[in-house]
Design a protein around this ligand. Sequence first.
Ligand code: ADP
Ligand code: MG
Length: 238
Amino acid sequence: MSDLTIKNLKKVFEGLEIIKGIDLDIRDHEFVVFVGPSGCGKSTLLRLIAGLEEVTSGHIYLDDKEITDIAPAKRDLAMVFQTYALYPHMTVRKNMSFALDLAGIDKKEVEAKVNEAARILELEPLLERKPKALSGGQRQRVAIGRAIVRHPKIFLFDEPLSNLDAALRVQMRLELARLHQELNATMIYVTHDQVEAMTLADKVVVLNAGRVEQVGSPLTLYHHPVNRFVAGFIGTPK
Ligand code: ADP
Ligand code: MG
């Protein structure tokens, strides 16, 4: 049974079809990576799943419930942005608790959730700092912490490591793999970086010009690409 099901999803921007009829099944606890060249529609597809863009046509189901037209906050999803989108005037603690406070959740419960996220992400010593006093990697962890406190069923990441230097990217990749295990959540991760896709994914979705070219495990894509685009993009075996 699929956790998230997408059926014939289309998105038109200014008369141009950007997402051209995508079907996809994502299972519970999978680490799924959307990979493809710049401009192929990865972010748009993720934003449609998150509810940050309206679909032009098609359907999205979460646990057999249709969520196509449900408000983003009411979907059991949390998105982590490439730019982190932290509030500069708030402490790390407040950045992580803000959405829960707004939702009127009990203070003690919020505190427990923030402390748990801080433990998982090793942010405990930094809770009273403001974002400007953090490194890029620490900011990225706060952005992830903000998603974790919501205990979503699915985490959506849009190129979360692209603003980090190469060494930190490798470290954060390992951390994301650990988080996936520890949180036992479903993760959908967008990148244009083939290496990132191949190292992180249980399942890779190769996108090209608004269509799915192939879905498969990293090994399947590497050894059995269905066409030249996938072979060229992923890299054919020597
Ligand atoms: P990717 O994340 O794979 O680089 P995007 O999903 O950001 O690609 O963009 C896919 C295409 O859709 C691009 O041609 C982009 O210009 C276009 N696009 C994305 N968002 C909008 C928008 N809000 N209005 C008009 N065109 C858009
Ligand atoms: Mg993008």
